[in-house]
Every structure is written in structure tokens, then in C-alpha cells.
Design a protein around this ligand. Structure first.
Ligand SMILES: [Zn+2]
Length: 231
């Protein structure tokens, strides 16, 4: 099994479990959520059977803790590797945006390939060049060289009340179409809007940005992480 594959698995497990934690709003819990084989198969675009085999290998190499029917969590070593890959991925994305003026919907696929090819030495140079940034073009936190990562101080848009003002700080769905849609609506990182209507039963909410209304599906809005702003 290639290191490329291992890196993609630990990264996917890390992203699934931390995203679950961020969007579930359950507060503190005793153990971190586990990633199911189904979720991993979907995230990696492979069959569930091959995920199960791979998880046994990760378990044997001390990177993951796999329990059939419960799912998989990362060990400390697995988490450290995932954070190192994410550090590379997110710094490459920001580097491409800042130096080549690529847009936030253009950088993910490029970074997916480059993250396995660049050395940690080069990444540290890029980090210095960019001024040790805290976040990437999607608002994702960039892990520090020691593997630490900033605590999240934002909530999903769907948890605000009508009338609240908010700043968009992170986008969890990074599909090209979704990011392009947000750009078209003027919804960029750091943009400020107000929540003007919330209709969970109809599955939609409406926000107002510079006197222009944008309707978002409830599910999509749950992927927008925001910080409250004074009204
Ligand atoms: Zn990103």
C-alpha cells in the first residue's frame, strides 16, 4: 500500500470525524465521533469492501482504531499524520491563490495531487513566505508545524436566529459548483450578511447581503460556518 493511499485515508477519517463534531452541535462528548466505512467509501470514491481491508491495514500500522459496526477513529500517530497532510494541502491552496491568483474553486484538486509530492521543508518555506497564515482560502485552519491547530470559534449558519448578523469564516462544502455559486452571490470569506428568514420545515433560509437577498437550502447553509457580528 502506497504512502499516498495511507495519507488520503487518514486525512479522510480526520475530516469526517471533525466535520461531524463541528456540525452536530452536541457540545462536549466523551469520545470523538467515528467515521463509518460507508462515509469513507463515499469520501474516497471506492467500494466499502476495499475500505474495510484498508482499515485493517491502518489498524495494524498503529494509525487507526477500527471497530466493525462502530467505525474508525485515528490514534495519536494517525492524527499527527492527518494534520501534516492537511498542513501541506491548505498551505498549497493558499499559495496558489496568492501567487498565481487562482480562485478558491480552482485550488482543491491541484492541492490534492501536490500534497503528496512536496516536502515538509518546502512547505515550511511556503508558510514563511505567506507570513504564517492561520487559515486557507476556504477558511480551513492551517495546522502548525508542531501539529497544533486553532480551536474553532464559529457555528453553522443554521444555528443563528432571524435578525442576526454574521461574518462568513469557513465553508465546509468545497465542491466547485457550490463555491462558484457562493462567489456569484457575493458570499466570500469575511463577507458580512444578515439572516432574514429561517424556515427549517421548508428546508430553506434567506440571507441579505448589501440589500440583495440570497436563498439557501438548509443543508447547504449548515456547511457555512459563521461568527456573529454586532447588528
Ligand atoms: Zn481548503
Amino acid at each position: 500500500m502506497s504512502s499516498h493511499t495511507i495519507e488520503n485515508y487518514v486525512k479522510a477519517i480526520y475530516l469526517i470525524t471533525t466535520h461531524q463534531e463541528l456540525t452536530s452541535n452536541t457540545g462536549s462528548r466523551e469520545s470523538p465521533p467515528a467515521a463509518s466505512t460507508g462515509m469513507l467509501a463515499e469520501a474516497l470514491g471506492v467500494l466499502p469492501g476495499s475500505v474495510t481491508n484498508m482499515l485493517k491495514t491502518l489498524q495494524a500500522s498503529g494509525l487507526a482504531d477500527y471497530r466493525p459496526y462502530e467505525g474508525v477513529t485515528l490514534t495519536q500517530a494517525g492524527q499527527a499524520l492527518a494534520l501534516r497532510v492537511l498542513r501541506r494541502h491548505r498551505l498549497i491552496e493558499l499559495f496558489l491563490c496568492q501567487t498565481l491568483s487562482l480562485t478558491w474553486d480552482e485550488v482543491h484538486e491541484e492541492a490534492e495531487n501536490m500534497e503528496h509530492a512536496v516536502s515538509d521543508w518546502l512547505i515550511d518555506r511556503i508558510d514563511n513566505f505567506l507570513g504564517m497564515p492561520a487559515t486557507d482560502p476556504h477558511g480551513d485552519p492551517i495546522p502548525r508545524p508542531d501539529g497544533s491547530i486553532a480551536a474553532t470559534d464559529y457555528v453553522p449558519l443554521t444555528t443563528l436566529n432571524v435578525g442576526a448578523c454574521f461574518r462568513l469564516v469557513r465553508v465546509m462544502d468545497q465542491s466547485v459548483e457550490f463555491l462558484k455559486y457562493l462567489t456569484d452571490q457575493g458570499l466570500e470569506i469575511d463577507s458580512v450578511s444578515a439572516l432574514v428568514e429561517l424556515a427549517p420545515s421548508a428546508g430553506v433560509l434567506r440571507i441579505r447581503r448589501e440589500s440583495r437577498d440570497v436563498v439557501l437550502a438548509y443543508e447547504a447553509a449548515g456547511k457555512l460556518m459563521v461568527r456573529r457580528e454586532p447588528v
